[in-house]
Design a protein around this ligand. Structure first.
Ligand SMILES: Cc1cc2nc3c(=O)[nH]c(=O)nc-3n(C[C@H](O)[C@H](O)[C@H](O)COP(=O)(O)OP(=O)(O)OC[C@H]3O[C@@H](n4cnc5c(N)ncnc54)[C@H](O)[C@@H]3O)c2cc1C
Length: 308
């Protein structure tokens, strides 16, 4: 059932707001999970402020979605999805300046190709991560080359009460695959990202890393990237990194299915939606994998995605 009554929708009469009531949401996440609910597309900051005011007054719960590359959409979300469509001008990035204020909607793949073109050092860290800039900052997205948090100077956020605040980033702002500064309901609208100088080898680094990912990850399948965080445990007084994918592989669980969801035969930390799977099937397969991991290795892993 829709969370947006006729009355509430009429309050959202703004050219920069588009309301989709009780629609198929599967195309809004990279895992393409079966999901039905409400979504509002917003094209300007002023429109976003108007929208949040209505949501606050009417006590309508919401969550912002970027590319949905790390989003397990429930079958029937009990919140409205906000999809930002704020303008992003890729031509504002050049090799003359070393920091740029960019919209939260800036796609990381576009930033990667600009980094290749100009040799923007540091930007190789997010090679191959499917994401909007806002989603990548919220998740502190990263690869074995580093994390996006290392490159962010400040973040402009709209709070659920409609206040715009600029947050300066410091060494405590990010942890592994998460930020430590967003409050419930905060929406990143803009961020200042910098590079570490011009380095002509960046293009080659990006190319090689992309090739490596294509060979080892199921990039043509409907996934949300790595399902589990790697974890560090103490063995005989030494810190050891436990790689969830490696452990799942050793247990022989590649290809294990629940409904239409399966552990990827190509990369054991990925789960693939082989049809019109839903969040219940994801949760079940995750629970099985977590149980097996703990039983066989005595290690409690956490999911990288937030399960509904
Ligand atoms: C094939 C594949 C490979 C992947 N590889 C990697 C990888 O190597 N490294 C890695 O770190 N991740 C990886 N991921 C996961 C995913 O790409 C990252 O987590 C990415 O940061 C998600 O960005 P998004 O825009 O899709 O955010 P979403 O998935 O849409 O959202 C993720 C979270 O961020 C919040 N959010 C989104 N936008 C905003 C905003 N503007 N303001 C506030 N909060 C916001 C959402 O509410 C949600 O809680 C991969 C995913 C896939 C499908």
């Amino acid at each position: 059932m829709s969370l947006l009554s006729k009355n509430k929708i009429s309050q959202l009469d703004n050219v920069d707001i588009e309301v989709f009531k009780d629609v198929d949401l599967s195309k809004y996440s990279t895992m393409k999970l079966s999901s039905h609910g409400d979504l509002v597309k917003v094209r300007s900051l002023i429109a976003l402020q108007d929208l949040l005011k209505v949501f606050l007054d009417e006590q309508i719960p919401y969550r912002v979605i970027g590319w949905g590359a790390n989003f397990i959409l429930p079958k029937e979300p009990d919140f409205v999805l906000i999809k930002l469509d704020l303008p992003f001008d890729k031509n504002s990035i050049n090799d003359q300046e070393n920091e740029f204020s960019l919209s939260a909607t800036a796609p990381l793949n576009v930033l990667s190709s600009i980094a290749s073109k100009y040799g923007l050092s540091g930007w190789e860290v997010f090679t191959g991560v499917p994401a909007s800039l806002g989603g990548a900052i919220a998740m502190n997205a990263g690869t074995s080359l580093g994390e996006i948090g290392e490159l962010i100077k400040d973040v402009t956020v709209l709070s659920s009460t409609g206040m715009i605040k600029k947050i300066d980033i410091d060494k405590n702002s990010f942890s592994y695959r998460k930020n430590n500064f967003l409050n419930e309901g905060d929406i990143i609208v803009e961020a200042t990202i910098f590079h570490k100088g011009i380095d002509p080898t960046v293009a080659e680094t990006i190319k090689t890393y992309l090739q490596k990912r294509t060979e080892s990850q199921p990039l043509r399948e409907k996934t949300c990237g790595c399902m589990f965080k790697n974890t560090i445990t103490q063995i005989n007084g030494n810190s050891v990194t436990c790689r969830a994918g490696q452990y799942i592989d050793i247990m022989g669980l590649k290809g294990l299915s629940w409904g239409q969801m399966r552990i990827s035969p190509k990369h054991a930390n990925f789960m693939e939606n082989k049809g019109s799977s839903n969040s219940d099937e994801v949760k079940k397969l995750v629970a099985i994998a977590l149980e097996e991991l703990e039983f066989h290795y005595g290690v409690k892993f956490e999911t990288e995605v937030h399960l509904p």
